[in-house]
Design a protein. Structure first.
Lengths: 318, 343
């Protein structure tokens, strides 16, 4: 009894400290944000995790923005229907966020909910009222930013904004590096600024219990006599190439990025999207708790879904 | 060295505020029509505002033609506007523009502002000046606000002055992002439709992650590599498919990627009066009887494809059978059929 009280007392000393058991049970009870694809959720351990930073990279047209929009919608699935019922912050640096597409994905999400919960929908007319694409649109706080100074300003402002909007459960930045790929002469400064931003985001994700998703571009790098694709602004000091992967893909992607690098350090999870022939695939490149894995997925008119559910393969060569 | 501070003075930097998507939806949805219902259907309404669209294709694929058409359509759109045509391929195709303009509306040419750009720095300074005009429409000498920016083409700006050395490639991609950020900023702040044309290069190395398509029997990719591909929101690819007899080429417009569109393709033709889509594999409907009757005595028609307001008919006529057996005719109204008989 006595011992117990001192223990709890010592916990209070270090504010916010938890023991591993509490953390584990909390993590197990935590709901994850579904990506819309069961396979993708599978390799991510149930979906996008709150309190973590997830980086998603891939070539143009692979579906990064689609996944970003999908997550901004899915985070709002009401608790009654197995969702988080939260709100989303979408920071758009590239202008690829199209409201008409968001509307479509919201409609797709609603129609899927209705399909999975037919009885629910019959019983609670009040819940049904809530499920309108417009209300999903209203649940996304959208920031369009046009320069890196604005990007820094918005991220600095997030703390205050999140304090006022406690229901935000996901922050999506599409894409995090676009404005930093312009004529930044001082590369050391750029690295410092970027890692400062990601540190800040990581802190926010912990303190407000939200998921941070950073979408990133890929770039071609000339190393070891061949062109390779790597994530933008990841200056790898040493690259461990996955041999089997290279052979299977014929291109050296994804290349393993050295963990000594400051930028890659700041992301808890890294998901890489790539083409495997005409099929979209996702590859979990880095995660503290999950094994490296890959799975196909698809982008349909309703949004991100499992591959094979419909004929949505891309015809690359006409 | 500190990075150069972007010029945001024109737009005062207050506390960032989220935009209301429900309010954004309506003006954003205003798209610029391509002047053909089929092509508009491919793009679900036309080219989106506040977004950068790339049109890539080999030479003579119809890129410039499409840009000229858009420039002439801008004043006729629901939000009448001028267009800014930034031309890096000299000379500006003025004759084609005049041919494209309907004879009844010579005033449309007044709303096409043409500027020549010769280098990336030239372009950036020009865009800054354009920004001034866009933010002060009242001071601009043009009656209609600029809402369409066309750049033809981005690749020719980078043809000179850049080696394949790593340092130059880095400098080049830095410029891509700078140009793209500027274009996107203008597009966003002033709800402009931005179109950038791009040339193609042959694919020599394996899959480098860039868009690949077959055109004229070659495997091609848009120029300027993956770095530039990251700079555009929507990529349209114009390809040509050469027939075995080498005669007529079938042209296709393909949505390579777009945030709001699935990957899909539409066949199109380039006529004297512009670029128009062709309905895939559908036969003549209502007017069939009339057309076949008209053609019956003169020649035989092979294929007839209806497009919303006109019909394409491929016919074999005695007069032109020696050189090219296949001639495309476009019929918009019954009076055209008589005209067709004349030729």
């Amino acid at each position: 009894m006595n011992c117990n009280s001192t223990a709890s007392h010592s916990f209070k000393y270090v504010t916010g400290a938890q023991n591993a058991w509490d953390m584990l049970s909390e993590e197990q009870s935590q709901k994850h944000i579904t990506t819309g694809s069961g396979d993708l959720n599978g390799i991510l351990g149930g979906g996008i995790h709150c309190k973590e930073v997830t980086e998603i990279g891939g070539v143009p047209g692979i579906g990064k923005t689609q996944l970003g929009i999908q997550l901004a919608i899915n985070v709002q699935i009401p608790v009654d229907y197995g969702g988080l019922g939260g709100k989303a912050i979408y920071i758009d640096t590239e202008g690829s966020f199209m409201v008409e597409r968001v509307y479509q994905i919201a409609e797709g999400c609603i129609s899927d909910i209705m399909e999975y919960f037919p009885c629910h929908h019959d019983k609670s007319s009040s819940g049904q009222e809530n499920l309108q694409p417009e209300s999903f649109l209203a649940g996304i706080y959208y920031f369009r930013i046009c320069s890196y100074t604005e990007q820094i300003a918005v991220i600095n402002y997030l703390e205050k904004f999140l304090g006022e909007h406690k229901d935000v459960r996901i922050v999506i930045i599409d894409s995090v590096t676009f404005h930093f790929r312009q004529d930044f002469d001082d590369l050391a400064l750029r690295t410092r600024v970027l890692s400062g931003l990601s540190l800040k985001l990581m802190k926010l994700s912990k303190s407000y219990n939200l998921a941070v998703v950073l979408l990133n571009q890929v770039t071609t790098k000339f190393t070891e006599g061949s062109f390779q694709l790597t994530l933008a602004l990841v200056t790898a000091s040493r690259q461990h190439l996955r041999r089997g992967w290279m052979l299977a893909r014929k291109i050296s992607f994804p290349s393993r990025i050295a963990d000594s690098d400051s930028w890659s350090h700041s992301c808890t999870n890294r998901l890489i999207l790539y083409w495997k022939g005409n099929e979209r695939c996702a590859y979990l490149d880095k995660s503290p708790s999950l094994p490296v894995a890959s799975t196909p997925y698809a982008v349909t008119s309703k949004g991100v879904r499992d591959a094979g559910s419909s004929s949505c393969k891309r015809v690359r060569v006409m | 060295m500190r990075p150069p501070a972007p010029k945001t003075s024109a737009y005062s930097q207050q506390e960032p505020r989220p935009e209301n998507l429900l309010l954004l939806a309506s003006p954003r949805a205003a798209k610029l029509s391509l002047g053909c219902p089929l092509l508009d259907r491919l793009l679900s309404g036309g080219l989106p505002a506040a977004s950068v669209t790339e049109i890539a294709g080999e030479s003579a694929a119809g890129k410039t033609q499409l840009c000229l058409q858009l420039a002439l359509l801008a004043p006729l759109s629901p939000h009448p506007s001028s267009s800014l045509f930034l031309c890096s391929d000299v000379p500006f195709p003025l004759r084609r523009l005049r041919l494209l303009a309907p004879k009844s509306r010579p005033d449309l040419l007044d709303h096409v502002l043409v500027a020549a750009v010769h280098s990336p720095s030239d372009l950036l300074s020009l865009l800054s000046r354009a920004q001034y005009h866009l933010s002060h429409p009242s001071r601009s000498p043009h009656p209609l606000p600029i809402r369409v920016i066309l750049l033809d083409s981005i690749a020719s700006l980078f043809r000179a002055d850049f080696d394949a050395s790593p340092a130059d490639l880095k400098r080049r991609s830095g410029l891509f992002f700078k140009i793209s950020a500027k274009l996107k900023e203008l597009a966003h702040r002033h709800q402009c439709v931005v179109v950038v044309t791009n040339q193609v290069v042959d694919v020599v190395e394996g899959n480098t992650g860039n868009t690949v398509a077959w055109s004229s029997g070659r495997q091609v990719s848009p120029a300027l590599g993956l770095a530039w591909a990251n700079c555009v929101n929507t990529r349209l690819f114009l390809t040509r498919e050469v027939d075995s007899n080498g005669g007529s080429a079938r042209r296709h417009m393909k949505v390579a990627f777009a945030p709001h569109l699935p990957v899909r393709t539409c066949e199109f033709v380039i006529r004297r009066d512009g670029v128009f889509g062709v309905e895939p594999a559908q036969r003549l409907y209502t007017d069939t009887g009339m057309v076949s009757k008209r053609f019956g005595d003169l020649s035989e028609y092979r294929e007839a494809k209806p497009c919303a307001n006109h019909i394409t008919v491929a016919v074999t006529t005695p007069s032109c059978s020696r050189n090219s057996p296949l001639t495309l005719y476009w019929i918009k109204s019954s009076s055209d059929v008589i005209e067709l008989n004349m030729c």
